[in-house]
Design a protein around this ligand. Structure first.
Ligand SMILES: Cc1cc2nc3c(=O)[nH]c(=O)nc-3n(C[C@H](O)[C@H](O)[C@H](O)COP(=O)(O)OP(=O)(O)OC[C@H]3O[C@@H](n4cnc5c(N)ncnc54)[C@H](O)[C@@H]3O)c2cc1C
Length: 467
C-alpha cells in the first residue's frame, strides 16, 4: 500500500496549490482527481474559460463599435463561434497542462479516480473502471470544491436551460438569454452573450445587483450595464420554465408576491450561486461534521472534526473564489509542516471581469455604516483621469474608505477598466495596515489609471488635485 505524508482530494486551485506547497516543504504528496483533467472548476469550467470568452467577445465589440472612432477602418466583424470556442479550449488546455507539469516537477503522484475517506489516514481511490486502491497517509486535505446550485422545478439540460458550464459552450448565439441571478457569474456570462448579439434580461430576487458588493458601485454598474443593453428585473423570481415550445417561457413573479408573468427566451442561464461538493466522500461514515449549509466545518487551522483530516476552498465557509482557495491551500500546507500558515480574510479582493470591471477589497460602505464605524470617503472619477480621457474609457470611479480617526484604509472599491488590476494597490496597502495618506504620498507613474487610485486617497483628505 502506498503511503504519503499528505493526500489532497481534488485538484482545483485549492487542492493543487496545497499539494505544491506541501511538496516544497518536503512532504511526500499525492492528489486524487475524479475528472479527466486537473485544475478543478476554475481551470476547466470557471474562471479561465469565462475569461477567454470575455476577452474574445470584448474585442469583437471593440472592433464593431470603437475602432472607427479611433480612425481604424475595418469591415464589420463577424463571429466564428466554433473558432472562438476553440480559442477558449486552447486556453483551458494550456493551463491544465501547466498543472500537470507542476505536479511532475514537484514529484506529486496523481491518483485518477474518486476519493473516499475511510477514516484517519486512509483514502480509497476508485477509478472510472471500478478498480479501487487504498492509500495510507498522515494527513488528508479535502479540496473537493463546489457544484452549481439548482432551482427547484427547473431542470438544467445544459442546452436550453444551462448552468455556467453550458453557458460557456453554447453552439450558437441565442437571440435572447434570460439570466437568473445578478451575481458575478450571471453578469459575466450575460456580458459575453450580449456582446455577441443576444438580448439579455437578468432576473434577480433581491432589489439590487451584485449582492455583497458596495451598493453605490453596484448602482452605477447597473446603469452602465443598462446603457450597454442589459435589461434587469429586480425584486423578482423565476418560478418555472415551460420547455414545450420552440422558445422557452419563463414564469416570473415579484419576490414580494403578486401577479406572475411570462418572459420568453431562447436560453435560460441559472446562475444563482454554488453549493459545496462532498458527494461520495464518505464524510458521514468517517465522522466529518458539516455546517448547516453543507460545508465542511473547520477550525482556524483548517482541521475538521476528524484528526488528520483538513479542508480548504469552496467546500468550506468563506467567499467561493479561486485565490481564497489557493491561499488556504498554502496556509494549510504550512500548518501541516509546523509553520504559522495564515489567511487574512479581511483582505480578499473580489473582481467582476466585465467592461468596465468592478473590484473590491475590504469593507463596503454599507458594512461600515452597519457596524457604526466612523469613516471618511475619498472618491475620484475616471472622467478626471488623463489616461482614461485620452483612451475615451471614462466610465466609473475609485472609492477609498478610511478610518476617520486613524486614516487606516478599511476598504477600496473600483468600477472602471482594469479595476481588477488596480485593486491590488489597495490590497497590499491594507495588508501592511497602511493609511490613505501613505497611498496618497506614493509617487504614481503618469499617465496611468492608477493615478485615479492615488487621487481617491488624496480625496480622503479633501485634497485631490485634478478635481
Ligand atoms: C463560471 C465561473 C467563473 C468563475 N470565475 C472566477 C473568477 O474569475 N475568479 C475566482 O476567483 N473564482 C471564480 N470562480 C470560482 C472558482 O472557480 C472557485 O472558487 C474555485 O475553483 C474553487 O477552488 P477549489 O479548489 O475549492 O475547488 P474546485 O475548483 O471546484 O475543484 C474541486 C476539484 O475536486 C474534484 N473532486 C471533487 N470530489 C472529488 C472526489 N471525491 N474525488 C476526487 N476528486 C474530487 C473535482 O472534480 C474538482 O476538480 C468561478 C466559477 C465559475 C463556475
Amino acid at each position: 500500500m502506498a503511503t504519503y505524508d499528505l493526500v489532497v482530494i481534488g485538484t482545483g486551485p485549492g487542492g493543487y496549490v496545497c499539494a505544491i506547497r506541501a511538496a516544497q516543504l518536503g512532504m511526500k504528496v499525492a492528489v486524487v482527481e475524479k475528472n479527466a483533467t486537473l485544475g478543478g472548476t476554475c481551470l476547466n469550467v470557471g474562471c479561465m474559460p469565462s475569461k477567454a470568452l470575455l476577452h474574445a467577445s470584448e474585442l469583437f465589440e471593440e472592433a464593431g463599435h470603437s475602432f472607427a472612432k479611433m480612425g481604424i477602418k475595418v469591415p464589420a466583424p463577424e463571429i466564428d463561434l466554433p473558432a472562438m470556442m476553440n480559442f477558449k479550449q486552447q486556453g483551458i488546455d494550456g493551463n491544465v497542462k501547466g498543472v500537470e507539469y507542476l505536479m511532475k516537477k514537484n514529484k506529486i503522484d496523481v491518483l485518477v479516480g474518486k476519493g473516499k475517506i475511510l477514516g484517519t489516514g486512509k483514502v480509497q481511490v476508485t477509478g472510472n473502471d471500478g478498480s479501487a486502491q487504498t492509500v495510507e497517509t498522515k494527513n488528508i486535505v479535502i479540496a473537493t470544491g463546489s457544484d452549481i446550485a439548482r432551482l427547484k422545478g427547473i431542470e438544467i439540460d445544459e442546452k436550453r436551460i444551462v448552468s455556467s458550464t453550458g453557458a460557456l459552450a453554447l453552439d450558437k448565439v441565442p437571440s435572447s438569454l434570460l439570466v437568473v441571478g445578478a451575481g458575478v457569474i450571471g453578469l459575466e456570462l450575460g456580458s459575453v452573450w450580449r456582446r455577441l448579439g443576444a438580448k439579455v434580461t437578468v432576473v434577480e430576487f433581491l432589489d439590487r445587483i451584485l449582492p455583497g458588493m458596495d451598493s453605490e458601485i453596484a448602482k452605477q454598474f447597473q446603469r452602465i450595464l443598462e446603457k450597454q443593453g442589459f435589461a434587469f428585473r429586480l425584486g423578482a423570481k423565476v418560478t418555472g420554465v415551460d420547455t414545450s415550445g420552440a422558445t422557452l417561457a419563463a414564469t416570473i413573479e415579484p419576490a414580494a408576491g403578486g401577479a406572475a408573468e411570462k418572459i420568453e427566451a431562447d436560453v435560460v442561464l441559472v446562475a444563482i450561486g454554488r453549493v459545496p461538493y462532498t458527494d461520495g466522500l464518505g464524510l458521514q461514515e468517517a465522522g466529518v461534521v458539516l455546517d448547516n449549509r453543507g460545508r465542511v466545518q473547520i477550525d482556524h487551522h483548517f482541521a475538521t472534526s476528524v484528526p488528520g483530516v483538513y479542508a480548504i476552498g469552496d467546500v468550506v465557509a468563506g467567499p467561493m473564489l479561486a485565490h481564497k482557495a489557493e491561499d488556504e491551500g498554502v496556509a494549510c500546507a504550512e500548518i501541516l509542516a509546523g509553520q504559522a500558515g495564515h489567511v487574512n480574510y479581511d483582505v480578499i479582493p473580489g473582481v467582476v471581469y466585465t467592461t468596465p470591471e468592478v473590484a473590491s477589497v475590504g469593507k463596503t460602505e454599507d458594512e461600515l455604516k452597519q457596524a457604526g464605524v466612523a469613516y471618511t470617503v475619498g472618491k475620484f472619477p475616471f472622467t478626471a483621469n488623463g489616461r482614461s480621457k485620452v483612451n475615451q474609457t471614462t466610465d466609473g470611479f475609485v472609492k477609498i474608505l478610511a478610518d476617520a480617526k486613524t486614516d487606516r484604509v478599511l476598504g477600496a472599491h473600483i468600477i472602471g477598466r482594469e479595476a481588477g488590476e488596480l485593486i491590488h494597490e489597495a490590497a497590499v496597502l491594507m495588508e501592511f495596515g497602511g493609511s490613505a495618506e501613505d497611498l496618497a504620498r506614493t509617487c504614481h507613474a503618469h499617465p496611468t489609471r492608477s493615478e485615479a487610485v492615488k487621487e481617491a486617497a488624496l480625496a480622503v483628505g479633501k485634497r485631490a488635485i485634478h478635481m
